[in-house]
Design a protein around this ligand. Structure first.
Ligand SMILES: O=C(CO)COP(=O)(O)O
Length: 252
């Protein structure tokens, strides 16, 4: 059985005080069972404090992006070495907002995925189609290509540890969720693509999340699907109570 991974992507929200209060409210309540893993994906300025506050708890801390180089003349960037040094365990890579507004490409995502493994960080790789692509029936080919490019050159062992988040762009922040069947169909396709480039055992191990307007009222149905192994959640992860409801759904 794959565990369910519930990750709250705060995006560019909260002050340090709000971030600390959130973590103080939830970190001691995360169940310690094999069924669920809970992660908060926080802005860089909060990471050190959150890692400190979550020590000895089951809540893990992720960054939302990073550069692929270890160090150098890249003003304004943050390296995997810095994240590892802080005690961060995960990093979100290739979120559609970064692809759209910050020129992230399949190629840079692939470089970042390799950099994450070089420094023992678990990548949460985001893929997903636009509404136009969905309407043109291009979802599977487009998402499949994003997945293949993202994991190119990884060992099967590394692919098995990669978390893939399927986030249809039209469902992000819009209140529109893909139906659980549609979401599952694409997640199953992602697993199929992983199997094509690796093997069955690797494809069965990889955690595939759904993201896009996930909330306490729809999470159970999504998590009940055969190929949805968790959720990457924006808006509904900002309040401690709603985040805990999502984590509890994953722990069922
Ligand atoms: O982009 C997302 C998570 O990375 C989804 O955001 P929402 O849950 O706000 O739709």
């Amino acid at each position: 059985m794959r565990k369910k991974v519930i990750a709250g992507n705060w995006k560019m929200n909260k002050t340090i005080q709000e971030a600390n209060e959130f973590v103080e409210a939830v970190s001691g309540k995360i169940p310690s069972n094999e069924k669920v893993e809970a992660i908060v994906c926080a802005p860089y300025p909060f990471l050190a404090s959150l890692v400190e506050k979550t020590k000895g708890t089951n809540l893990l801390v992720s960054a939302q992006n990073m550069h692929y180089e270890d160090s150098g003349a890249f003003t304004g960037e943050v390296s995997p070495v810095m994240l590892k040094d802080l005690g961060v365990t995960h990093v979100v890579l290739g979120h559609s907002e970064r692809r759209e507004y910050f020129a992230e490409t399949n190629e840079t995502v692939n470089k970042k995925v390799h950099a994450a493994f070089k420094h023992d960080l678990t990548p949460i790789v985001c893929v997903g189609e636009t509404l136009e692509q969905r309407e043109a029936n291009e979802t599977k080919s487009f998402v499949g290509e994003q997945v293949k490019k993202a994991i190119e050159g990884l060992s099967n062992e590394q692919v098995a540890k990669t978390i893939i988040a399927y986030e249809p762009i039209w469902a992000i922040g819009t209140g529109k969720t893909a139906s659980s069947q549609d979401a599952n169909e694409v997640c199953a396709h992602v697993r199929q693509v992983v199997q094509e480039v690796t093997d069955e055992a690797t494809a069965n191990a990889v955690v595939i999340q759904y993201g896009g307007s996930v909330k306490p009222s729809n999470v159970d149905e999504l998590l009940a699907q055969s190929d949805i192994d968790g959720a990457l959640v924006g808006g509904a992860s900002l309040e401690a109570e709603s985040f805990m409801q999502l984590v509890e759904a994953g722990a069922k």
